[in-house]
Write a protein that binds this ligand. Sequence first.
Ligand code: ZN
Length: 292
Amino acid sequence: MRKHILQLSIVMLCLVHTAGNTYAQSVKEPRTTDPNWTKPYPPFRIAGNLYYVGTYDLGCYLITSPQGHILINTGLASSASLLKASIESLGFKFSDVKILLTTQAHHDHNGAMAAIKKMTGAKFMVNEKDAEVVKDGGRSDYFSGGPVSTFQPVAIDRLLKNNDMVKLGDNELTMLHHPGHTKGSCSYLFTVKDEKRSYRVLIANIPSIIINGKFSEVKSYPGMQQDYAYTLKAMKDIPFDIWLASHASQFDLQGKHKPGATYNPTAFIDREGYDAAIKQWQGVYDEKIKEK
Ligand SMILES: [Zn+2]
């Protein structure tokens, strides 16, 4: 009897151990604090073949072509079906999404990436500096990392370097390496055209600083300070007509566009707003490096 109890205990220990491992590999999205991240927003045409398909605050962008579409960012895990519905309501086929991109390897932009990759069969391309974090679902992230993934790990089809081009149909996107917020945060620069004119578009990853304390205290991201300095400088000189960002609030989407409004790409021509956003984070950076 005692022997049986001992054997049972060993079996139970093994089960607990296995369960522990499974847990370590599962995904636990950080509790969302901003309801605007999941609040639906009506999809609309921004300019030419560029469409907004994100939520109220999480910017997701569809760039279409007869050869297939590019989707940048996915929002949280629960937004996969919302994105699909948004793309379809614009008259496009979800299965025509051929390339998936992200502006940064955090769960609020990659939550549904693995699911959408599976649903569409699209190829996922990522800045090489964010490769490790997307492969482990955020476990190695300096800020939200830990033993449990914050988003479903994503398999990578192509690694991108600064200034690499992503091409599909007539679309040519240049990936701009803008590290700091994550090691591989990046922006995309490309041209779209409508019946009247063409627009140079920047989908910017604004270099927001989310750590408390000094840059040098972030041991899992050596060089973070230099990366922010590089990015703040690099972002000042980008020529564009229209700018958008990873978060809708960063470029004041709701101030520039009302749901159901007629097509008006000029609403997003706003150099001043962009310069102010960069200047604001430059100020935060300048203060932080002065901290003793
Ligand atoms: Zn982030």
